[in-house]
Design a protein around this ligand. Structure first.
Ligand code: DGY
Length: 325
């Protein structure tokens, strides 16, 4: 540990206020420009730093972790999802992994609702008509979408974000259903006015809107595979603000192309920024560039969580957001 302060490498530019505070507390190496680090640069950082602060763009896999020097003690992820980090290998090597849960719940739930509304109310088509100047006035049959009130929303993954989506959806008059590894406590379920489905297949087959809110883990990879996507009603739409890998994107594209599914709202993609090009051309698909947590407040709070985790560790205590999986 150089000069008694932890040496910390950050793989990506963070909000100014977060970088300033990190510099006050630690010996920090920041990115000069806002580009991702190469794999070689991350490997070098793992050999020199006590703490690495990566983002979801950095694949910290087994082979990278095996290159870490003995000084590396902590990987303090800037973000909630840790599917890009081989947590088990890190833990075996005595490297603590932390994340930033909680602070992006409201923002991600808001974006989920935005996508549900954008797809069902055809907002991008309306926007395009205004931007191109094609709109020539109100008409009784133009831009007709569907009413969300009364529709059945199925939430796949009823953790913090799923529950925040449920509260918003109830305010919009939707009927909330959910599938989760564990059923919620009776009082939580009652407060959310949510109906539990033990069978994901049965829930999927009956929903008007399906929202993916579970994390990506080995057991949720392609949970929405071709077979399950085919169970959905042709009038249904699917929305994903979690991780692209939960849906088989090629199968989804086929369903949408064939008209077997009415629409999709996607903030995340199976292969990161390499979304299936066919999806881009579909008017019933609303695509966003993974911006669910993209608020000024959220990104600063994520940084504050990282700082608390690293500082707590530096002070010799267990960081509050230790990932134990
Ligand atoms: C996360 O923190 O994992 C989110 O996906 C970032 O938006």
């Amino acid at each position: 540990m150089a000069s008694g302060r932890l040496s910390v490498v950050v793989t990506r530019r963070l909000p100014d206020v977060v970088e300033t505070r990190l510099m006050e507390l630690f010996d920090v190496k920041l990115r000069a420009d806002d580009t991702p680090m190469s794999r070689d640069e991350i490997a070098a950082a793992l050999r020199e730093a006590d703490v690495l602060i990566p983002t979801l763009n950095d694949r910290i896999d087994n082979s990278l972790i095996s290159q870490a020097g003995p000084q590396l003690r902590m990987i303090a992820n800037y973000g909630a999802g840790v599917d890009h980090i081989d947590v088990a290998t890190a833990r075996q090597r005595g490297i603590q992994v932390t994340n930033t849960p909680g602070v992006l719940t409201d923002d991600t739930a808001d974006m989920t609702m935005a996508l549900i509304l954008a797809v069902t109310r055809r907002i991008p088509e309306g926007l395009a008509a205004m931007q191109t100047g094609e709109w020539d006035g109100w008409a009784p049959t133009a831009f007709l979408g569907g009413r969300v009130a009364g529709r059945r929303l199925g939430i796949l993954g009823m953790g913090r974000i799923g529950q925040a989506v449920a509260r918003r959806a109830r305010a919009f008059g939707m009927q909330v259903h959910y599938h989760n590894r564990h059923r919620l406590r009776e009082e939580t379920e009652a407060a959310l006015e949510a109906t539990y489905w033990e069978s994901l297949d049965q829930m999927v087959a009956r929903m008007d809107v399906l929202s993916i809110n579970c994390p990506h883990t080995p057991s949720t990879f392609h949970l929405m595979n071709a077979r399950r996507l085919k169970l959905m009603k042709p009038s249904a739409v699917i929305v994903n603000t979690s991780r692209g890998e939960v849906i088989d994107e090629n199968a989804l594209t086929r369903q949408l192309k064939s008209g077997a599914l009415a629409g999709a709202g996607l903030d995340v993609y199976e292969h990161g920024s390499e979304a299936n090009p066919d999806l881009r051309a579909m008017p019933n698909v609303v695509m966003l560039p993974h911006m669910g947590s993209a608020t000024e407040e959220g990104r600063v709070e994520m940084g504050e969580k990282v700082i608390i985790n690293v500082k707590t560790f530096a002070d010799g205590h267990r960081p509050p957001d230790l990932v134990l999986q």
